[in-house]
Design a protein around this ligand. Structure first.
Ligand code: CA
Length: 238
């Protein structure tokens, strides 16, 4: 498990690479480091896989069939659901000018092939830390809900929401990973801890309490139940 990366759920990396040998090498090394890996081999597939799998980070090759890595990156930044998704551009080109172009389209970092795996991991860890742990110290925002973690306060539509400690941790976890569906087991691991043995039904009880507190009269239910899969914090019912 990479240092500083949550052990709650293994981070998911989408590897977008059209050269099978490089994709295989990346998958092997990333899995060894404790990441889960999904793959896409062209730009269009990358955008579809991002929507489907909601990765924590994208390793995006520059030269891709169908749609270039630059265009993929632009599209990622244009969509509100993926605006903050960490993206590392990967390219065989070493010219500084290209690096600048890559960063201008919204990539968070840039690495050239052939790359040093340790350097890549260091950059990935830095990005994941930034996207996971910075909000933990301050505020989390989702839709009309805000959490002030230092003050332990939750507001929705500017009204104070009172939550029990478990509901607070549950909401905090959801707000760190909005729109992602978590199984009851994943939520137990994340919120109760992997060593605590409670029945998965317990999750349902706390979800019910969370809903009751967070959803006021005439307010949208932000906790989505996904049949046979689990729960997500989401504003869209499907
Ligand atoms: Ca390529």
């Amino acid at each position: 498990m990479p240092e500083g990366v949550s052990t709650l759920a293994k981070p998911l990396v989408l590897v977008v690479e059209d050269e099978a040998a490089i994709a295989t090498m990346l998958r092997y090394n990333l899995e060894k480091q404790g990441f889960r890996v999904e793959e896409a081999t062209d730009g269009q597939e990358a955008l579809i896989r991002i929507t489907e799998t909601q990765p924590d980070l994208v390793l995006l090759d520059w030269m891709l069939p169908v749609m270039s890595g630059i265009e993929v990156c632009r599209q990622i930044r244009r969509r509100s659901a993926t605006r903050d998704l960490p993206v590392i551009m990967v390219s065989a080109r070493a010219e500084d000018q290209d690096a600048v172009r890559g960063l201008n389209t919204g990539a968070d970092d840039y690495i050239t092939k052939p790359f040093n795996m340790e350097a890549l991991f260091a950059r990935m860890r830095a990005l994941l830390r930034r996207s996971n742990s910075v909000p933990q110290k301050g505020r989390l925002e989702f839709h009309d809900i805000s959490m002030d973690l230092a003050a332990h306060r939750v507001q929705r539509n500017n009204r104070a929401v009172h939550l029990g400690p478990t509901e607070f941790r549950l909401l905090e976890f959801f707000m760190q990973h909005p729109r992602r569906v978590f199984s009851r087991e994943e939520l137990l691991d994340a919120v109760w801890g992997p060593d605590i043995h409670v029945e998965s039904r317990t999750v349902d009880v706390h979800i019910r309490r969370l809903r009751k507190s967070i959803n006021g009269d005439n307010e949208l239910d932000v906790v989505r139940t996904v049949r046979a899969a689990g729960y997500a914090l989401d504003t869209e019912p499907v």
